[in-house]
Ligand binder design. Structure first.
Ligand SMILES: Cc1ncc(COP(=O)(O)O)c(C=O)c1O
Length: 389
C-alpha cells in the first residue's frame, strides 16, 4: 500500500535550499540532496489548507499573534510534553538561531565564556564566535553504543568565566533524547556554577517510541529560573521556510532582559503564514505527526539494516529523535577533504560535512524523505564504497 509519505515530490525550482542550492554548495547538480534539516514531505493537510485559506484573503499586512497562537502552544506543551506553560512566558521569534544570539547578547558580555557540547548544530559555534564570546567545548563521548555527556569534563571547564551553556535537546546530530537523570545532573551543575541554560528543543516533537522528551525548564523551579527554552513547529511539521519559532522563559527578570535585546533588534515580530501554520499544526496536526514518526522510524530500521549489511565501514548509532543520522565514516579510511569529495563525486549524494559540527571523519545524512529516495541514496553510497574496496 502506498503510504502518505511515500509520495516523491519534485522540489526543484521551488526556491528551496535543499534542492535548488545543492549545485552551488556541492559544486555539481549531480547529487541527491540529503543535507539541510527539512523534509521532502508535504506539511499536514490541515496546515496546507490553513495557509491556502489565509492566502486566499489577499491582504497580507502586519500580523498579530492572537489568543489562538498562545492557547495552541500551551495546549501542545501540556499534551505532548507534560509541561504547563503560562501565556506570558511565550515570545514569538523568526527562528531559533536568532533567539540563541539574543540570549547570548542579553545574558553575557564580550569575552565571557559559553559552553557547547559538540558534535553539534553548527550555529552553536558561530553564534558564540560572531558575538565575540569565547567558545568552550565539552564534547560528547561515545560509550556503549550511544553518545553521552561528559560531566567530569564539563565541571573541569567551569572556571567562573563560563556564563552560559547552550544545550541541544534532543541532540542534532547524534539523535540522543536526554534522560531525566542526565538532565537533572546537568541542571545541578548549572545551578552550582550559576550558568544560564539556553535549551534548544527544536527537535522535541520528533522523538521515537521508547523515548520521552523532557523540557529542561520542566525539571524543577530552580532549573526553570535559569533556563531559556527554544521550540518551534518548524521541524515537526516541515514549515521552516515560514520563519516562526517560540521562546519560553518563565522567570520575569530573565524574560525582561531577553525582551530588551529582542526589541532592540526588532525581532519581536511574527510571520503571518508562520503563525497560521503553527496554530493549525498544533491544533490539528497530531495524528499526522504520529504517522510521520512511524514512517521515520521505519526509515531508520531500513537504513541501519542496509548499512550494516552493505557498508559495514560506516557506523550509525540508532537515532532516538530527529530525521538526521550521524555517520561515523572513519572506517572508510579517507582523509578529511577526501571523505567530503568521496560522497559528492563518487557516491553522488549531498550530505553535511561532519567537520562543521565538530566531528572529523563523520557525515550527517537527512532521512526525512520517501523510502525510495533513502534507498537510492544508500545504494549510491554502497556502490561507491564497493568500487573503492
Ligand atoms: C538544533 C537546531 N536548532 C535550530 C535550528 C534552526 O532553527 P531556525 O530555523 O528556527 O533558526 C536547527 C535546524 O536544523 C537545529 O537543528
Amino acid at each position: 500500500m502506498q503510504h502518505l509519505f511515500d509520495e516523491v515530490i519534485d522540489r526543484r525550482r521551488t526556491g528551496c535550499r535543499k534542492w535548488d542550492a545543492a549545485g552551488q554548495l556541492f559544486g555539481t547538480d549531480d547529487v541527491l540532496p540529503m543535507w539541510i534539516a527539512d523534509m521532502d514531505f508535504k506539511s499536514p493537510p490541515a496546515v496546507v489548507k490553513a495557509i491556502q485559506d489565509r492566502a486566499g484573503h489577499g491582504v497580507y499586512g502586519y500580523p498579530h499573534k492572537g489568543e489562538a497562537f498562545y492557547t495552541a502552544i500551551q495546549s501542545w506543551m501540556r499534551r505532548r510534553h507534560d509541561w504547563q506553560v503560562e501565556k506570558e512566558w511565550i515570545l514569538g521569534t523568526p527562528g531559533v538561531v536568532p533567539a540563541l544570539s539574543t540570549a547570548i547578547l542579553a545574558y553575557t558580555r564580550p569575552g565571557d565564556k559559553i559552553i557547547i557540547q559538540p558534535p553539534v548544530y553548527p550555529p552553536f559555534f558561530s553564534c558564540v564566535i560572531n558575538n565575540q564570546r569565547e567558545l568552550v567545548q565539552n564534547p560528547l563521548v561515545f560509550s556503549e553504543g550511544r553518545y553521552c555527556m561528559d560531566f567530569d569534563d564539563l565541571e573541569n571547564k567551569l572556571d567562573g568565566k563560563v556564563k552560559m551553556l547552550i544545550l541541544c535537546s534532543p541532540h542534532n546530530p547524534v539523535g540522543r533524547v536526554w534522560s531525566r537523570e542526565e538532565l537533572e545532573r546537568l541542571g545541578k551543575i548549572c545551578e552550582e556554577h550559576d550558568l544560564i541554560i539556553v535549551s534548544d528543543e527544536i527537535h522535541a516533537d520528533l522523538v521515537f517510541s521508547g523515548h520521552q522528551h523532557i523540557p529542561m525548564a520542566s525539571l524543577s523551579p530552580e532549573v526553570a529560573k535559569r533556563t531559556i527554552t527554544c521550540m518551534a513547529a518548524s521541524k515537526t511539521f516541515n514549515v521552516a521556510g515560514l520563519y516562526t519559532a517560540i521562546v519560553i522563559i518563565s522567570d520575569p527578570q530573565l524574560r525582561d532582559k531577553f525582551m530588551q535585546v529582542f526589541e532592540a533588534l526588532d525581532l519581536n515580530t511574527g510571520n503571518l503564514f508562520g503563525i497560521t501554520a503553527l496554530v493549525a499544526a498544533y491544533e490539528q496536526g497530531e495524528s499526522w505527526l504520529e504517522e510521520l514518526l512511524l514512517y521515520l522510524n521505519a526509515n531508520i530500521d531500513y537504513m541501519l539494516d542496509f548499512v550494516m549489511q552493505q557498508v559495514p565501514e560506516i557506523q550509525i548509532a540508532r537515532p532516538e529523535a530527529t530525521y538526521l543520522a550521524w555517520l561515523d565514516c572513519r572506517g572508510l579510511g579517507l582523509e578529511e577533504d577526501k571523505l567530503k569529495s568521496f560522497f559528492i563525486q563518487q557516491a553522488k549524494v549531498g550530505l553535511n560535512d561532519g567537520r562543521t559540527f565538530g566531528g572529523k571523519g563523520y557525515m550527517r545524512l537527512n532521512f526525512g524523505c520517501p523510502r525510495n529516495v533513502l534507498e537510492e541514496g544508500l545504494l549510491r553510497i554502497a556502490r561507491a564504497v564497493k568500487y573503492c574496496r
